[in-house]
Design a protein around this ligand. Structure first.
Ligand code: ZN
Length: 407
């Protein structure tokens, strides 16, 4: 329980942050409309807006005529290019360096290969050198940078300073990555788990559609997820919400999982697991259609999409693998629907671009869920695009949450 009171500085931050959020989510509006949205007096808004215009964060734009008296009102908006956020997203064997303006528009996004065995300090130095080069290429002076967002695979500490375990992306465990990037760049840094960063980016870009609770399911090679409650991303006590891929589903004899356990959902339902299972049983007897396709090719070339195509065309072995995966994933999602009662389930990843998989999962999710649960399930409108901005938008969102005040 927190008993902290609000001093004047924190009231100022809160009000400025609410103004930035209202303008970001609802677009340009008059001082009067902003006062109404924020439940503040016109006098208080005039003061806040004047201060933020003088900081260069807001600007006055079009003139509107409103009401019967023909009162003229000037629209206020965020000046998006006043400042930019930078980002580093760290995944298996790959990092994405990015930059975005305050409205989320991308300045640059570049993929850089990563070597898992290289010491993290060396990796971070290399990434920072390239980031500085990209800033120069895009004419971004240091004073315009509001911070650096770090989105990293795996488990981060509850205070967002330490990478507990990146499961093979970085060489070390329990590593103070946030501090390292701060010392290398001199920028204020914020760090978050990669899937929670993707949901944060999805929420930032979809502006005012984030009321209630949303469950974000990302299927890449493995299965990751994130959850928002009342418009805020939920971290959980140990910052491991929502590791749905590591729910134990097979009690005995399950396959080993990279998390150290065995029989996790990810070991039978992830795209990687579907692919490996099909490679293991590839034969004329068990997977006749898949065998025909791969008769003259190496099983190592076989991807999850080949398995889905064969299953869609009636291959018995491929269908059994896909059915088992979908049923296991479906059960976990249905448990979540009953536990959290979310408004939306957002599906993210290349797997959901496959019409066969998407329709099979959708029908699985309709079975056994009563109609009182009005959850909307669908593919993210930014599917396959959020990696390019997730990290730099962490910095932008942190800046806005702080009322656009830099320490
Ligand atoms: Zn696991």
């Amino acid at each position: 329980m927190s008993y902290k009171g609000d001093n004047l500085m924190s009231v100022k931050r809160t009000n400025r942050s609410a103004a930035l959020r209202a303008l970001h989510e609802k677009g340009a509006m008059s001082r009067k409309r902003l006062a109404h949205n924020m439940n503040l007096t016109p006098g208080a808004i005039t003061k806040i807006v004047a201060e933020m215009i003088s900081d260069g964060l807001l600007s006055e734009g079009e003139m509107l005529t409103s009401g019967n008296a023909g009162r003229r009102e000037i629209l206020i908006d965020i000046n998006p290019q006043k400042a930019c956020g930078l980002g580093v997203l760290i995944n298996l064997q790959q990092a994405i360096l990015s930059g975005a303006w305050l409205d989320g528009s991308v300045i640059f996004a570049e993929s850089v290969p990563l070597q898992a065995e290289a010491p993290s300090e060396e990796t971070a130095k290399r990434l920072c050198e390239r980031l500085f080069a990209l800033m120069a290429e895009h004419d971004i002076p240091r004073e315009r940078v509001i911070g650096l967002g770090i989105a990293v695979r795996g488990i981060t500490s509850a205070d967002g300073r330490i990478v507990r375990n990146s499961f093979g992306a970085l060489a070390e465990t329990d590593y103070p990555l946030c501090e390292l990037f701060e010392s290398l760049t001199g920028f204020h840094c914020v760090m978050e788990n990669n899937v929670r960063s993707l949901l944060a980016a999805q929420m930032f870009l979809s502006r005012d559609e984030n009321e209630g609770s949303q469950f974000f399911l990302r299927c890449g090679y493995g299965i990751g997820a994130a959850l928002s409650i009342d418009g805020r991303i939920w971290h959980g006590v140990t910052a491991q919400c929502a590791e749905i891929g590591h729910i134990p589903v097979i009690r005995r004899g399950g396959k080993p999982c990279h998390c150290g356990k065995s029989g996790c959902l990810e070991t039978i339902a992830s795209p990687g697991a579907i692919q490996e299972e099909a490679r293991a049983i590839l034969s004329p007897e068990q997977t006749p259609l898949l065998w025909q396709t791969f008769r003259d090719r190496s099983a190592q070339e076989l991807s999850v999409f080949d398995v889905l195509t064969a299953a869609g065309n009636g291959d018995a072995g491929a269908s059994a693998i896909v059915d088992q995966a979908i049923q296991a994933l479906g059960s976990a999602i249905k448990a979540l629907i009953y536990l959290v009662d979310p408004g939306k389930i957002i599906l993210y990843g290349s797997l959901f671009e496959d019409p066969y998989y998407l329709s099979r999962l959708s029908s699985e999710l309709q079975e056994g869920v009563d109609l009182r649960h009005a959850v909307e399930i669908g593919k993210s409108r930014y599917n396959m695009q959020l990696e390019d901005t997730a990290a730099c938008l962490l910095a932008v969102q942190d800046f806005m949450a702080n009322g656009g005040i830099q320490e």
